[in-house]
Design a protein around this ligand. Structure first.
Ligand code: NHR
Ligand code: GAR
Length: 217
């Protein structure tokens, strides 16, 4: 009963994706256990959500480190003390060094608020609106050293409405994320999803185009 996958979640903010993952673990729609939550900001509401769920929390404040390498090493030391099988980025807002990413090759996964490869980086909702796109979305990808460029596993499309502001759009995207992310994490936790040399595999088959999930948010 205790050989389920051990997840460590990294976040920087509200943690609504963390909440979706906590709920899925409790309902056993994810057969995994969140063994720790780490934030780079002491005031992240996600830490409060973790405490309520009796999950150990830590803050590693990036502003206390002179170099990205030393911050990342502190993260590595903390994560490895939990013997994590999978490191889940959930609204984590610090770019990670190549050394960090290589240490967790195939065990580091992120959710990004766009239909990758479109709109890498930050402020995706603002940029989608500025360009007048009618479809937006979210992607789950394995993390590699190049930002938002690792193998994309699955995506959801989200409609853009004429009245949208960045905030109403972000809210809608999040509701889809809360279904997408637990789904993909369960694939990993059941051994169906892995990262190979040439990309991500689901049930032994290369994902050559990101899987399109159709979900009820
Ligand atoms: N690290 C690597 N190496 N590769 C990725 O794909 C990563 C990553 C770290 C985080 C999440 C990410 C996203 O989904 C992520 C993917 C932060 C920034 C950023 O510019 C960009 C992308 C992502 C996270 N961060 C600034 C920095 O200097 C700080 C911005 C801030 O604090 O608000 O690190 O989009
Ligand atoms: C989510 O939309 C996530 O995709 C995005 O931040 C939000 C976090 O919300 N991630 C990034 O932009 C990473 N750069 P949450 O804290 O409520 O889960």
């Amino acid at each position: 009963m205790s050989n389920v996958m051990r997840l460590v979640v990294l976040l920087s903010g509200n943690g609504s994706n963390l909440q979706a993952i906590i709920d899925a673990c409790e309902e056993q729609t994810i057969q995994g256990q969140i063994v720790g939550v780490i934030s780079n900001r002491a005031d992240a509401y996600g830490l409060e959500r973790a405490r309520k769920a009796k999950i150990p929390t830590h803050t590693i404040d990036h502003t206390l480190f002179k170099a990205r390498e030393s911050f990342d090493q502190a993260l590595i030391n903390m994560i490895d003390s939990y013997e994590a099988d999978l490191i889940v980025l959930a609204g984590f807002m610090r770019i990670l060094t190549e050394g960090f990413v290589q240490h967790y090759q195939g065990r580091l996964i992120n959710i990004h608020p766009s239909l990758l490869p479109a709109y890498k980086g930050t402020n995706t909702h603002e940029r989608v609106l500025a360009e007048g796109a009618t479809v937006h979305g979210a992607s789950v990808h394995f993390v590699t050293a190049e930002l938002d460029s690792g193998a994309v596993v699955a995506q959801v499309k989200v409609p853009v409405e004429a009245y949208d502001t960045a905030s109403t759009l972000a809210e809608r995207v999040l509701r889809y994320e809360h279904v997408l992310y637990p789904t993909v994490l369960q694939w990993f936790c059941t051994g169906r999803l892995r990262l190979g040399k040439d990309g991500a595999y689901l049930d032994g088959e290369l994902i050559d185009t990101p899987l399109q999930l159709v979900v009820e948010p």
